[in-house]
Design a protein around this ligand. Structure first.
Ligand SMILES: *Cc1c(COP(=O)(O)O)cnc(C)c1O
Length: 495
């Protein structure tokens, strides 16, 4: 059955998957949501014999119903190939009774690669299907991880260009080095003189400039977005939850149909929403455990039913989760409001205005699949150390937030179900925080010295992504003021 995509903010005009991928965001500012969640049409047993690529096809074909088998398999095979440093793509590692699903074996060693390595292919296929002749220009504002993953995904992909704006003094040295060493004639990286919000606002302004869009179209270009609200990023993320379950079954760690729990370190709510969709496809998932750091808006929301962003923004050692507005939560709100676009729009307007909204008791009751909790900075560091001392397994700060919250969940509920913890970044991406958590003595070591020491104590090879930046030449050194962003775009496109 065909799946069409509706906006969360208005009724009518559903679009096909390829159109939703091309547009990114609906014209009314809403997010695209599937009109129904399709059920898995292969048994768990059948899935357990499949490779990652095969599972990905079985899941994605049910959502991207206007793609042919050949188109979709082509996208999957181009995405999940030798760019990943393991054939399994997403290995499952057992440590101290939990299963860590390592989603960081792609090019930029963070889980964003799982979706951003396939999005470019989904996008050019969508463009072809919709007879779009223009080159697709991806515009992205980044606070670190997304920029590099999007660059790596789109670099060298014919028919696309990618421009990334980042706050010149607002990303980590490793993150900046990863971006400014990005090769590919179709890439541009620009440091702006401002913070992340300035970059984000600047990009939104360029997106909504109608005159510019017309000028672009005349010269054979159009904008699109690689942001996590694109349905082309959400759907590929469902696959690894199905794959993880299939692996557990194949290895005889669970019985066919046994319910498992899933823990996700959460920021923008994309990753955990994908797990929720997997559950609704029929995957036997019990609780969806939403783990936050000190920016615990979601924990408060699940507890009280009030989402309130009016609070201090805390900088933590898990920066990719330092978020006060979790964009993808809107898709869940729409759903628990009974797919009511008007109700959702009203709540989102309140969030835009007063910075908060409150859901009804009825909506709150529909959240029973979720459990929210958070880990403080001290608890996050402590958990890295505990796991390392217990079994030698080293996790990054984001994964540690999830792991610490899992401990709290078990202590609180006594629930002993087998549990998959989404491991969203390699510890090598956050080496200093990780090593300091294990032992204070590492504080005096240099950055790359620490990398080698981590490799030694964890008995894990230094990932290519880190090796590369030791020696890679800087190829992007452009900077600009916030009010010059549009000029930089035009200059790059030669218009
Ligand atoms: C983006 C990111 C997250 C948060 O994922 P969401 O889908 O935004 O909730 C967690 N950990 C890491 C390492 C990330 O890069």
């Amino acid at each position: 059955m065909e799946v069409l995509y509706n906006s969360t903010r208005s009724k009518g005009n559903p679009v096909k998957a390829s159109e939703a991928i091309l547009k990114g965001l609906s014209d009314d500012g809403g997010l695209f949501v599937p009109d129904h969640i399709p059920a898995l049409d292969k048994s768990l047993r059948e899935l357990s014999d499949m490779t990652y690529q095969e599972v990905a096809y079985e899941v994605m074909k049910l959502f991207l119903t206007d793609f042919t088998e050949e188109e979709l398999k082509n996208c999957i095979n181009r995405a999940y190939d030798k760019k990943f440093d393991t054939e399994e793509i997403a290995p499952l590692v057992e440590a101290e009774g939990a299963y860590y699903l390592e989603l960081f074996h792609g090019q930029t060693i963070a889980f964003k690669d799982m979706a951003l390595s396939i999005l470019p292919h989904l996008m050019i296929t969508s463009a072809r299907k919709n007879h779009i002749k223009n080159e697709i220009v991806i515009l992205t504002a980044t606070s670190g991880d997304t920029g590099k993953a999007a660059l790596a995904g789109f670099a060298g992909v014919e028919g696309t260009r990618i421009i990334v704006f980042y706050p010149k003094n607002g990303v980590s040295p490793i993150q900046e080095k990863q971006m400014v060493t990005q090769k590919g004639d179709n890439t541009l990286v620009v440091g702006i003189h401002g913070n992340f919000d300035d970059a984000q606002t600047g990009v939104k302004k360029i997106f909504s400039d109608k005159a510019l869009a017309k000028e672009m179209d005349a010269k054979g270009f159009q904008f699109s977005s690689a942001n996590s609200i694109n349905i082309g990023r959400l759907v590929p993320q469902i696959c690894y939850y199905v794959y993880a379950y299939a692996k557990l079954l194949q290895e005889g760690r669970i019985a066919d149909g046994e319910t498992i729990n899933v823990v996700v370190p959460t920021g923008n709510f994309g990753n955990i929403l994908a797990a929720f969709y997997a559950k609704n496809m029929g995957l036997p998932i019990g609780k969806l455990i939403c783990a936050s750091n000190d920016n615990k808006v979601l924990y408060d929301f699940f507890r009280t039913g009030t989402y309130d962003r009016n609070r201090e923004f805390v900088l933590t050692s898990s920066p990719s989760m330092d978020i006060l507005i979790s964009s993808n939560l809107e898709r869940l709100i729409y759903r628990i409001a009974g797919n009511d676009a008007d109700k959702n729009k009203e709540l989102m307007a309140a969030l835009g205005g007063q910075g908060k909204y409150e859901i009804t008791e009825e909506m709150k009751a529909a959240l029973s699949d979720f459990y929210g909790n958070y880990a403080t900075e001290a608890e996050t560091a402590e958990e890295i150390k505990r796991l390392y001392n217990a079994c030698g397994y080293v996790i990054d700060t984001h994964t540690s937030v999830a792991s610490a919250v899992y401990q709290k969940y078990v202590a609180e509920t006594g629930d002993q179900k087998k549990t998959v913890i989404a491991s969203t970044a390699s510890p090598f991406k956050f080496t200093r925080s990780v090593m300091n958590a294990i032992d204070e003595k590492y504080d005096s070591m240099g950055d790359f010295e620490l990398v080698d020491e981590l490799s030694r104590i964890a008995n894990v090879k230094v990932p290519m992504a880190i090796e590369e930046i030791r020696t890679a030449p800087v190829v992007h050194d452009k900077q600009c003021d916030v009010d010059k962003m549009q000029e930089v775009v035009k200059e790059f496109l030669n218009i």
